[in-house]
Ligand binder design. Structure first.
Ligand code: NDP
Ligand code: BG6
Length: 513
């Protein structure tokens, strides 16, 4: 299969990856990595972190000596943690394989420690247990803060109290949200930096770990045919679309405090935009890439409220089933104005992108679940076939679609002659569907990001100046929406979202793909 051929040239085999993970301290057998999942009783830990750690173990990507500790306030024994974790592990890497044995081995490396997030004493007790497992080897420690943001700093403060006993590296993965605006984000960064250096903080944006997002740079910079077209000269507009076909079920309390702009646009979509639009980095080194991304973010024009549409889903009944509206959630105030949908037109005021609308659209409780990037090219100047066949404008422009999920793929819409004696044009797709081309399962974003954090690879994590620039762009807009108490347009659960999004696109001479 194609992936095996390419793998031989480009990929680091998993055993090698495991070696790299521990190499700075003199080889796999002399050092150890302790991974502490802080907030282990929570949703993210169960749904994503433990399954990703198991997948890495299954693939042989974790170092020889590693221990995983769950840490949370809930009372649990090691056995109970293992029971909880085992329910979420799957054999997704190789569905035919019986991975039961591997699961057993993995679970034996998982332990649990009950503790408060603001108790140094409890973290010292954890440190003692970690030391026992480390057995005098060089100790490297990774803490994953899978807890609500208001307790990040307490947990970091207490976890760092035992830093002096660690003779390898200590890294902390921080989950979003990184604040609610420029001010709170800066305060969080300042507080974290009392205890950690910037290179110890791994701010996760799991969209950067998605296969097709990582592939963006490969597509652009390793294919001659794309990069020359990647500018205002040939691209009419670019769209970043995120849509979920379910509401905030279960997370209404969190969501109401943030809204869709903070939840999806300011981070996931903006990060993709920055990767999409950046100049060629000097190298693939993390700092070179992040330098280019931050330049894009700092070149962005302030967002005007008139270039934004916000919406909120309402209850609807379809086929006898009633789907709840956003404010039907008991954890959401009845008069909430929090947007569950937003569309915006953004601009990058630099030489490459001057005047090109970058449209973003993100919404919950829409008709479908997908995430994609759509690049709509300009019209062919003096198009012969437009004139002779009278084909309409929209059909003749090319469009490149990068489907991040589901059914990962890349396709290019081209004009083609319909076979036959006549001369009729048809728009067809040059289609790279991953499931047809590659036999291997695509890793979950959390697998890649956890492995990178263990290896000290920062390319896919957010640097503090990137975060500042992202907030500088969105904070004034959010403030204006909140101060003006902008009323979100209603849209029915399961629909395509508010009609205002179409008017917004039309004002910029764009049609949503
Ligand atoms: P949870 O709300 O499930 O919280 C995780 C754990 O933290 C809980 O099990 C609980 O453990 C503890 N906790 C919860 N609330 C409090 C509180 N008020 N005070 C002290 N401890 C508390 O969060 P998630 O697992 O959903 O998410 C973890 C982090 O990841 C959050 O920052 C979230 O925003 C982010 N995130 C989550 C995603 C998801 O899909 N769930 C997606 C992207 C980001 P105990 O009571 O046992 O101590
Ligand atoms: C999270 C958001 O960051 O991303 C959630 O907080 C959203 O609201 C989730 O559902 C979507 O992630 P994915 O990987 O399922 O598309």
């Amino acid at each position: 299969p194609a992936d095996e051929l390419i793998g031989g040239l480009l990929s680091i085999p998993s055993q090698e990856a495991a070696k790299v993970a521990t190499e700075p301290h003199g080889g796999g057998d002399k050092s150890t990595v302790s991974i502490t999942v802080v907030g282990a009783s929570g949703d993210l830990a169960k749904k994503k972190i433990f399954p990703a750690l198991f997948a890495l173990y299954y693939e042989g990507c974790l170092p020889e000596h590693f221990t995983i500790y769950g840490y949370a306030r809930s009372k649990m024994t090691d056995g109970e943690l293992r029971d909880m974790v085992s329910k979420t592990l799957t054999c997704r890497i190789d569905k035919r394989a019986n991975c039961g044995e591997k699961m057993e081995e993995f679970l034996k490396r998982c332990f649990y420690h009950t503790g408060q997030y603001d108790s140094q004493e409890h973290f010292v007790a954890l440190d003692k247990k970690l030391k026992e497992h480390e057995g005098g080897r060089c100790s490297n420690r990774l803490f994953y803060l899978s807890i609500p943001p208001n307790i990040f700093v307490d947990a970091v403060k207490c976890a760092s109290s035992s830093a002096s006993s660690v003779n390898g590296w200590t890294r902390v993965i921080v989950e979003k949200p990184f604040g609610r605006d420029s001010k709170t984000s800066a305060a969080l960064t300042k507080s974290l930096k009392q205890y950690l250096k910037e290179d110890q903080i791994f701010r996760i944006d799991h969209y950067l770990g998605k296969e097709l997002v990582e592939n963006l740079s490969v597509l652009r910079f390793s294919n001659l045919i794309f990069e020359p077209l990647w500018s205002r000269q040939y691209i009419q507009n670019v769209q970043f679309i995120f849509s979920e076909n379910f509401g905030t079920e279960g997370r209404g309390g969190y969501f109401d405090h943030y809204g869709i702009i903070r939840d999806i646009m300011q981070n996931h979509l903006l990060q993709i935009l920055a990767l999409f639009a950046m100049e060629t980095p000097v190298s693939l080194d993390a700092e070179d890439i992040r330098n280019e991304k931050v330049k894009v973010l700092r070149s962005m024009r302030p967002i005007e409220l008139e270039d934004v549409v916000v919406g909120q889903y309402k209850s609807t009944t379809k086929g006898g089933v009633t789907y709840p509206g956003y404010t039907d959630d008991k954890t959401v105030p009845k008069d909430s104005l929090t947007p569950t949908f937003a569309a915006a037109a953004l601009f990058i005021d630099n030489a490459r992108w001057d005047g090109v609308p970058f449209l973003m659209k993100a919404g919950k409780a829409l008709h479908t679940r997908s995430a994609e990037i759509r690049v709509q090219f300009r019209h062919v100047p003096g198009n012969l076939y437009n004139r002779s066949s009278g084909t309409n404008h929209d059909r003749t422009t090319n469009e490149l679609v990068i489907r991040v999920q589901p059914d990962e793929g890349i396709y290019l819409k081209i004009n083609n002659k319909v076979p036959g004696l006549g001369m009729r044009l048809d728009q067809s797709n040059l289609n790279l569907l991953y499931s047809a081309r590659y036999s291997k399962e695509i890793p979950d974003a959390y697998e890649r990001l956890l492995l990178d954090a263990i290896e000290g690879e920062r390319r896919l994590f957010i640097r503090s100046d990137e975060l500042d620039a992202a907030w500088a762009l969105f904070t004034p807009l959010l403030k204006e929406i909140e101060e003006k108490k902008t009323i979100p347009e209603s849209y029915p659960y399961g629909s395509r979202g508010p009609v205002g999004a179409h008017y917004l696109a039309a004002r910029h001479n764009v049609q949503w793909g």
